[in-house]
Write a protein that binds this ligand. Structure first.
Ligand code: RB5
Length: 158
């Protein structure tokens, strides 16, 4: 798989280590920066990886900032992106199995390198289960498209 990486200054060292790990698992990596510890803005890198994943340039993405939250919010603004923030491997597996998340995000100030690698492995090895989960993802796409179609299924107009 082609795995796109992005991070801010809080996560440069962890990004390097995780990127090497992903290569060792046999994947290709695309590095969208940052590559220094100089202070920068996480939306830039979240958007870059989000666009790479949404366009198909990458199969999936890994985003790391201090908490994983800011950079995932940035990526989730790109149409077609489903980025999930995790801090343990079970959730990392479920975000692929149930949510078909195309980006895994986590925080360099929250998890250490071993846990980060466990999460990445669980995420990359997991497979989307489809079925009812696909219907829910279609509902997410409807929200993204501004449609009230699926919301009306429950007789509620939000
Ligand atoms: C940067 O200081 C920090 O705000 C950022 O890495 C991240 O935690 C934001 O969500």
């Amino acid at each position: 798989m082609k795995v796109a990486f992005g991070n801010d200054h809080a996560a440069t060292a962890l990004k390097r280590e995780v990127m090497e790990y992903v290569k060792s698992l046999g994947h290709e990596v695309l590095n969208f920066g940052t590559d220094t510890e100089e202070r920068c803005d996480y939306p830039v890198f979240g958007e870059r990886v989000g666009r790479a994943v949404a366009s198909g340039e990458a199969d999936c993405g890994i985003l790391i900032c201090g908490t994983g939250v800011g950079i995932s919010i940035a990526a989730n603004k790109v149409k077609g992106v489903r980025a999930g923030v995790c801090s343990e491997a079970t959730t990392a597996r479920f975000i692929k199995e149930h949510n078909n998340a195309n980006i895994l995000a986590f925080g360099a100030r929250i998890v250490g390198p071993d846990l980060a690698k466990d999460m990445v492995k669980a995420y990359l090895e997991a497979e989307f289960l489809g079925g009812r989960h696909q219907e829910r993802i279609d509902m997410l796409s409807d929200i993204e498209a501004g449609s009230e179609k699926k919301v009306e299924k429950y007789g509620i107009l939000l």
